[in-house]
Design a protein around this ligand. Structure first.
Ligand code: PLP
Length: 411
């Protein structure tokens, strides 16, 4: 329908992820800037009234108003889409608003969703409580039991939603198997690719239809901004999602888009370096006498080690969880006390629930990210009071080990 398109960057067709991460976007402006420009403008001046009419009617692709069109945001969208191997992308104000946009764009009253029960806590609230208000019903199923997903399919199932690996247990789902179930059911599969990013995992290669991102995490990579995105086909993004964005305005700010755009340039080397440190730290934690169990997909002890290695470019990612050993007689109270002791003995790690930062973060899931659950729900989810999650950054590995050993040696 639109024959006048915004031009592409003149890159060769076959360039690879690391090149796309640095080069994909929009052609340089008339001023020849080498680093991408930050277009902080709410609206765009139209050459004449007839052009304005054509552009507002979608007959010509052009920038109109930054609620739904902005060059800096478009550069980030094109770069992320290229890295995910997707046709198109739409930036959003946060990871959660990406999932909100997904729901508003693709679901209606009477539709049914199947969602992993191990996804991000706010995602569970959005599907289970907010979308339910509008007549969209969600069945929550096991992250790892493909049969449970298959049995949950109904005639009105429109969407399957997964996240892999999950927080904090790093459970991996088989994306290819879920894509097949979705296809057979005539539904779409959306995968939250926050923990791996396209540097390690490209769900579209395994048949996923839509990729969700919290740009807040590894895409920014330095803990500066809140941002989100959905990648998918041009048909879905342009016809189902852009119109909702235009009406509803969960817009990504150009400044935040610019920060993420520049973050994407170093995503690949950060993910590699942070994964390497995480693997070494996880292997070391497994050797510590006061550590009961380590959860990390890069370890052979992880129940889905092989699937994770195949799906995630041979990398485990940068999130490691572990349980501090406590005598059973001490119960949950002692387990929590010991975990708090290890966390409070650190001097380098940041005590914060965020992740995806160059600064290593440490958190106690049972009292923070999963604090709103009852103890029963928490145990069903496998999150015990002795558990600690570390999102490994770029500090020196020896310093990180020493930081954790301080508490582990004295529990
Ligand atoms: C943080 C996170 C989100 C939400 O992203 P925000 O940018 O904080 O809104 C969604 N999914 C996963 C897996 C996350 O870690």
């Amino acid at each position: 329908m639109t024959d006048k398109k915004i031009p592409r960057v003149p890159l060769p067709d076959d360039v690879r992820l690391d090149t796309l991460a640095v080069r994909e976007g929009l052609p340089r402006s008339a001023w020849g800037e080498n680093s991408e420009a930050l277009f902080l403008t709410s609206s765009f001046v139209q050459p004449d009234a007839a052009s304005a009419a054509a552009r507002f009617a979608n007959e010509e692709e052009a920038f109109i108003y930054s609620r739904f069109t902005n060059p800096t945001v478009m550069m980030m969208e094109r770069r992320l889409a290229a890295m995910e191997g997707a046709e198109a992308c739409i930036g959003t104000s946060s990871g959660m608003s990406a999932i909100l946009l997904l729901g508003l764009g693709l679901l209606k009253a009477g539709d049914h969703v199947i969602c992993s029960q191990s996804v991000f806590g706010s995602t569970i609230m959005l599907f289970g409580r907010e979308f339910a208000k509008f007549g969209v019903e969600t069945t929550f199923v096991s992250q790892t039991d493909v049969g449970e997903w298959r049995r949950a399919v109904r005639p009105n199932t429109r969407l399957l939603f997964a996240e892999s690996p999950t927080n904090p247990l790093t459970e991996v789902c088989e994306i290819r198997a879920l894509a097949e179930i979705a296809k057979t059911a005539g539904a779409l599969l959306a995968v939250d690719n926050c923990f791996c990013s396209p540097a390690l995992q490209k769900p579209i290669e395994y048949g996923a239809d839509l990729i969700i991102h919290s740009g807040t995490k590894y895409l920014d990579g330095q803990g500066r901004v809140i941002a989100g995105a959905i990648c998918g086909t041009e048909a879905i993004v342009n016809e189902k999602l852009v119109p909702v964005m235009r009406s509803a305005g969960m817009t990504l700010s150009p400044f935040n888009a610019w920060v993420v755009l520049k973050g994407l340039e170093t995503l690949s080397i950060r993910m590699q370096a942070q994964s390497e440190r995480a693997l070494a730290l996880a292997a070391w934690l497994e050797q510590q006498p006061t550590v009961e169990r380590v959860y990390y997909p890069g370890l052979k002890s992880h129940p889905q080690h092989e699937l994770a290695m195949a799906q995630q470019s041979g990398c485990g990612g940068a999130v490691v969880s572990f349980i501090v050993k406590s005598p059973a007689s001490g119960g949950a109270t002692l387990a929590r006390k010991n975990a708090f002791h290890v966390i409070d003995s650190t001097r380098i790690c940041s005590i914060t629930a965020n992740l995806g930062d160059t600064k290593t973060t440490i958190t106690h899931p049972a009292s923070t990210s999963h604090g709103r659950l009852t103890e029963e729900q928490r145990l069903a989810a496998g999150i015990t009071q002795g558990m600690i999650r570390v999102a490994v950054g770029l500090e020196d590995l020896a310093d990180l080990k020493a930081d954790l050993l301080r508490g582990l040696a004295s529990v």
